[in-house]
Design a protein around this ligand. Structure first.
Ligand SMILES: Cc1ncc(C[n+]2csc(CCOP(=O)(O)OP(=O)(O)O)c2C)c(N)n1
Ligand SMILES: [Mg+2]
Length: 269
């Protein structure tokens, strides 16, 4: 029956889950990011994107397991090296939509120079950082974004946290956004915008780790959507000012959404 055959093909085109059993902790906010990514890809497939063109490049860490749980092309890179691998994959086949799912330790510690240079050269990839402010898989060491004096098992961070949004902006990234794992609809929207962007798109996702690094502020009450507050996404000055709002208000007001979006020629080798 032609109708039945069509339905089968349509279902196969959608992104779904693999048979791998998730080993994330119960209630881990990585589940929400995985759900949002799946939804974002399926929405884009409805708009004409092809499932076979999505490639996830994951880092090493709790976040990286996302690659095992979704049935799309994926590769898990060496710790800190997802971004150069993703850049190479995109250069080898321009049709691909290459999405890095990486950790804060992975990206803002081990792989920080790759992050800066990929942004600077406008590599045509998407980088989604699961920013839980901790090396979670190795059980709770501080990363570059850990809070000042963040208590962790056996160790304390006594450094001021890095500001990833400001770092992306001064590195000349052409799409800079922040999302929050518990604002699922918004996160899905931002992931879609990032994937659709031509050039280096970056999303820092606030991803509370329930075991090793509870946020020192109440994200739920503090986040607000920049796109509901007349933010001008083409102004670097406005983006930089907003990039510091969370720090300057002691994380009582946290802008989420698109800080900056411009177009520049992409890196083509
Ligand atoms: C080159 C290298 N250095 C260190 C490690 C050990 N290591 C494995 S997972 C991990 C923590 C990753 O933290 P993050 O990137 O923040 O991811 P999360 O587990 O928090 O999602 C570390 C340090 C490694 N595998 N390779
Ligand atoms: Mg982490």
């Amino acid at each position: 029956m032609p109708g039945k055959a069509n339905k089968t093909i349509k279902q196969e085109k959608k992104v779904t889950h693999t048979y791998a059993k998730p080993t994330w902790c119960p209630g881990c906010t990585n589940f929400a990011i995985m759900h949002a990514l799946k939804q974002a890809m399926n929405d884009l497939i409805m708009q004409g994107y092809q499932k076979r063109n999505f490639v996830i490049v994951a880092g090493i860490g709790c976040h990286g397991k996302i690659a095992d749980y979704l049935d799309v092309n994926s590769v898990i890179a060496l710790h800190g090296r997802s971004i150069p691998l993703a850049t190479g994959i995109k250069l080898s086949n321009n049709k691909l939509n290459v999405i890095c799912h990486v950790g804060d330790g992975d990206t803002y510690d081990e792989g920080i120079s790759h992050f800066i240079h990929a942004a600077k050269r406008n590599a045509d990839i998407t980088v989604v950082v699961h920013n839980n402010k901790v090396f979670a898989l190795t059980k709770g060491q501080p990363t570059a974004t850990s809070w000042f004096n963040q208590a962790m098992p056996g160790i304390k961070s006594n450094e001021l946290p890095l500001n990833p949004i400001a770092l992306a902006l001064i590195s000349n990234a052409t799409f800079v956004a922040r999302a929050y794992a518990r604002k699922l609809e918004h996160l899905t929207f931002i992931l879609k915008q990032a994937i659709m962007h031509r050039g280096f798109s970056f999303v820092d996702v606030l991803q509370p780790c329930l075991v090793f690094a509870n946020p020192s502020s109440n994200y739920d009450a503090a986040v607000y959507d920049l796109q509901q507050h007349n933010h001008n996404t083409s102004s670097l000055a406005e983006a930089l000012a907003k990039a510091y709002e969370a720090e300057l208000t002691n994380w009582t007001r946290i802008p989420i959404g698109i800080f900056y979006k411009v177009h520049r020629p992409v890196f083509s080798g």
